[in-house]
Ligand binder design. Structure first.
Ligand SMILES: NC(=O)c1ccc[n+]([C@@H]2O[C@H](COP(=O)([O-])OP(=O)(O)OC[C@H]3O[C@@H](n4cnc5c(N)ncnc54)[C@H](O)[C@@H]3O)[C@@H](O)[C@H]2O)c1
Length: 271
């Protein structure tokens, strides 16, 4: 299937590792010119170099997307570099700060420091809003664009010990639906992709570590049980299980899909 992404400029937030990295690589392989954003310059530069080595076009664009002025500057830099407007925005950056800090376990809401609420909401919700605010005027002017938000099934069905994160991801989906209604008349689509647990090289500890097995991490065995496809293939999802759907939603082929949340979680949630 031809996706028609050749030459289009795509901005991917948090593209320096994990899911975002693979989305950058997939979009570049489809011919898009990719603005690889990350908070850490070295991560963005490594992914941009990887794309260039494979014959693609990419620009490393480090910026903290929780800061509106950094987002504006990044988008301006990306458009100047490629001499073209942003046609595709993938709002991918979004972490669960306390998970990585506490060996893979997250606290229940009542044990969660209020300072952590802000970290989660700022990155997931405000980060997404800043990027949409920055690229939408150009999409409106040109009458076309694609926005894909990476959320979590936690945002659709709620997950214990991830209350603030669940709320933040649900906020993104609701925000996206409203934008889809406001900007349908500009031929701009806005969709969300809901993930389950995704293992990748950027996760160093716990059952989501790419090297975790049911033999060396008993939590992984329990996790596999809640993902129907994981039972079939004996593993959690990986970034390459998600990036193809994102590329499709970023393409001309998905024009009549908007305001949707699509699960790419191996059947974890069927809603
Ligand atoms: N990995 C999972 O199990 C999982 C599950 C459900 C949903 N998700 C969602 O998928 C997306 C990607 O997850 P991941 O596991 O690849 O994440 P990750 O933490 O491995 O990578 C996220 C990247 O975003 C960057 N980042 C963090 N703060 C930033 C900021 N302020 N500005 C710009 N970049 C910033 C980080 O430096 C990092 O490189 C996130 O939205 C996450 O919530 C992941």
């Amino acid at each position: 299937m031809k996706l028609g992404l050749e030459g289009k400029v795509a901005l991917v937030t948090g593209g320096g590792q994990g899911v975002g990295r693979q989305i950058c690589i997939e979009l570049a392989a489809e011919g898009a010119r990719v603005i690889v954003n990350d908070l850490f310059a070295e991560r963005a530069e490594a992914v941009a170099a990887e794309i260039a080595a494979a014959g693609g076009q990419a620009l490393a664009a480090p910026a903290d997307i929780t800061r509106a002025e950094e987002v504006e500057a990044m988008v301006a830099k990306g458009m100047a570099h490629f001499d073209a407007p942003v046609a595709v925005l993938v709002n991918n950056a979004g972490i669960i700060p306390e998970r990585r800090e506490k060996g893979g376990r997250t606290p229940p809401f009542l044990d969660m420091p209020t300072a952590d609420w802000a970290k989660i909401v700022n990155l997931n919700v405000y980060g997404t809003m800043h990027c949409c605010r920055s690229v939408l005027p150009g999409m409106v002017e040109r009458k076309g664009g694609r926005i894909v938000n990476i959320i979590s099934e936690a945002g659709r069905i709620g997950e214990a010990n991830m209350a603030v994160y669940s709320g933040a991801k649900a906020a993104i989906a609701g925000f996206g639906k409203a934008l889809a209604r406001e900007h349908g008349r500009h031929a701009i689509t806005v969709n969300s992709v809901a993930l389950g647990a995704v293992s990748h090289a950027g996760i160093k500890d716990g059952p989501l570590n790419i090297h975790a097995t049911v033999e060396n991490d008993e939590r992984l065995g329990k996790m596999l049980n809640v993902y129907p496809i994981s039972k079939g293939v004996g593993r959690l999802s990986r970034p390459e299980d998600i990036s193809g759907l994102v590329a499709f939603l970023a393409s001309d082929r998905s024009l009549f899909i908007t305001g949707q949340t699509i699960g790419a979680s191996g059947g974890f949630a069927m809603v």
